[in-house]
Design a protein around this ligand. Structure first.
Ligand SMILES: [Zn+2]
Ligand SMILES: [Zn+2]
Length: 157
């Protein structure tokens, strides 16, 4: 089968391409630039991950080579705050920080803290659509209670 520019990708991912890229290792079929198959999507996600690690390191004032997301590394940080307490905090935030996703992600950050370290665990977030946030857990001990839709506590976590 001979592929020509603006034909659909030979891998049947449905993407129309203007150019073929080099075949992935272990494959003979070349996919188009911008291909949407699983392997190409994963490959792009890894690249995006690397760029995020680089951004995080630069934005937090890191020196030297970029530590990857598995390596423990701490940054000094100066911040100024605006305080919000109790019902000034949107419920969407509370449900976010009581979610399983948050628990897991923050748990991963906490695992990277050395025993006895005075650093705080934080999530570096670069969501789709732009922007970057550092969410630092500075509570000495977790005291947050999940609030249900009617404002009832749904348990002590
Ligand atoms: Zn494809
Ligand atoms: Zn592909």
């Amino acid at each position: 089968m001979s592929w020509r520019p603006y034909d659909p990708c030979p891998c049947d991912c449905g993407v129309i391409g203007w150019k073929l890229q080099r075949a992935l290792s272990g494959e003979t079929l070349a996919h188009v630039v911008g291909c949407n198959c699983i392997r190409h999507r994963n490959k792009r996600n890894r690249k995006t991950g690397k760029r995020g690690e680089y951004n995080r390191h630069k934005r937090l004032g890191g020196q030297g080579p970029t530590p990857n997301d598995e390596q423990p590394n701490t940054y000094p940080l100066w911040v100024t705050t605006q305080d919000k307490k109790g019902n000034q905090v949107p419920v969407s935030f509370t449900s976010f920080v009581t979610s399983a996703w948050y628990e897991h992600a923050m748990g991963q950050a906490k695992k990277k803290l050395a025993i006895g370290s005075e650093a705080h665990a934080a999530l570096y977030l670069e969501p789709q659509g732009g922007g970057a946030w550092l969410l630092v857990d500075i509570a000495p001990k977790k005291k947050l209670k999940a609030i249900g839709p009617l404002g009832h506590e749904v348990g002590n976590r």
